[in-house]
Ligand binder design. Structure first.
Ligand code: TRP
Length: 363
């Protein structure tokens, strides 16, 4: 492939800082990403770059406090769940000032037509066309339109080889490949391309968590279970656990009575349980469903299971949330590492495009 030197794989992924992490984010993104980073680091097969995509968050969110609170909560969540900032380069996108510069250079090497085909932009235009008396570009900012170019800069800045993403993001990785190819072709010796063409990594085994109402768990449906509870609480340890139990007790069930045999495959409780329990544990709960466990008891089993996994993380989360200095230091350390790499690559890019000193000056 593009990896001629057999250099180790570099995994990179961004987390948009809008919203407070919920259980669906944990199961679908946080837990698998941390596990694969631990594995990659211990086998030496890959290194990993994880970052808080706060410049991306501006596309959808114009509430400064929400952006700030989300950045803090997401940083604390990933670290509390086991992300090791000494093994993974963990940083905030906006600290890497090389990224906006690279974004501009890539913008100038990206056909507008390519962006016209982006699914997210097209969906927004289609929705406008269906609304009478509405301009097709109503509500669409340049940020939304050129979002895939910023994402390409995030990836190409560090020559990531593998980008773990959801299915909805595959097109963006293809666009990043396209942009990298154009740039390499236009400016580089074919033997010495500056950019690596990244590959999307889509994990079909990662469960999509079901929400309280039986639909996919998502902030936009308002059916989420909080991971660590309310960040503004002054008794976070107790309240976090309470919030988890309370949410689980709100899972919608049918009106079957205790003792009636129940179908686990038709139950949100069982569906969520599967994302946390071993095969044996699942088998046991399956039997209890068939024997007619009451909904209240089934919810209690689910609560205990989830809580046993996340309670140890909750303590660390609360500690970090109460100590933003520690968070900031970790992010600054990550930014320093990331920028070392970014600066080098941007230097090459600048040279390639003809932006360089006119003469060397003696100091
Ligand atoms: N757009 C991604 C999302 O919404 C987040 C993201 C931003 C990202 N930059 C990235 C993911 C670079 C992977 C690589 O999920």
């Amino acid at each position: 492939m593009n990896d001629k030197t057999a250099a180790p794989r570099r995994i990179l992924t961004g987390i948009t800082t809008s919203g407070i992490p919920h259980l669906g984010n944990y199961v679908g993104a946080i837990r698998p990403a941390i596990q694969s980073a631990i594995q990659g680091a211990s086998t030496g097969e890959s290194d990993a770059y994880f970052f808080l995509a706060d410049l991306h968050a501006l596309i959808k969110c114009h509430d400064p406090e929400a952006i700030h609170a989300s950045t803090k909560a997401i940083a604390a969540t990933w670290l509390a769940c086991g992300l090791d900032p000494d093994r993974v380069v963990f940083y905030r996108q906006s600290d890497i000032i090389e990224i906006p510069e690279l974004t501009w250079v890539l913008n100038c090497n990206c056909a507008k037509g390519l962006m016209n085909r982006a699914h997210a932009y097209k969906a927004a235009v289609d929705a406008n066309r269906e609304t009478p008396d509405t301009d097709p570009d109503f509500g669409i900012s340049m940020g939304l339109f050129s979002y895939p170019v910023l994402m390409a800069a995030d990836i190409l800045m560090f020559n990531a080889t593998h980008v773990p993403v959801g299915k909805d993001q595959i097109q963006h990785i293809e666009m990043a490949r396209d942009i990298a190819g154009t740039f390499n072709f236009r400016y580089c010796d074919p033997e010495k391309p500056i950019f690596v063409l990244p590959e999307a990594m889509v994990d079909d085994d990662t469960p999509l968590l079901t929400g309280l109402d039986g639909r996919k768990m998502s902030k936009s449906y308002g059916n989420t279970i909080p991971l660590f509870g309310d960040p503004s609480s002054n008794q976070p340890q107790i309240d976090g656990e309470k919030a988890l139990r309370k949410a689980i007790m709100r899972i919608v069930t049918n009106s079957q009575l205790p003792e009636e045999p129940k179908n686990p495959d038709d139950s949100t409780i069982f569906e969520i349980y599967r994302a946390f329990a071993s095969t044996e544990e699942q088998q046991l709960l399956r039997q209890r469903f068939e024997q007619g466990i009451g909904w209240g008891d089934a919810k209690e089993v689910l609560f205990e299971k989830i809580n046993s996994e996340i309670a140890p993380f909750r303590a660390r989360y609360n500690e970090l949330m109460a100590n933003p200095k520690e968070l900031e230091e970790i992010l600054q350390m990550g930014a320093e590492k990331a920028r070392r790499d970014a600066r080098k690559r941007l230097e090459k890019v600048r040279k390639a495009i003809g932006i360089k000193p006119l003469a060397k000056l003696k100091k």
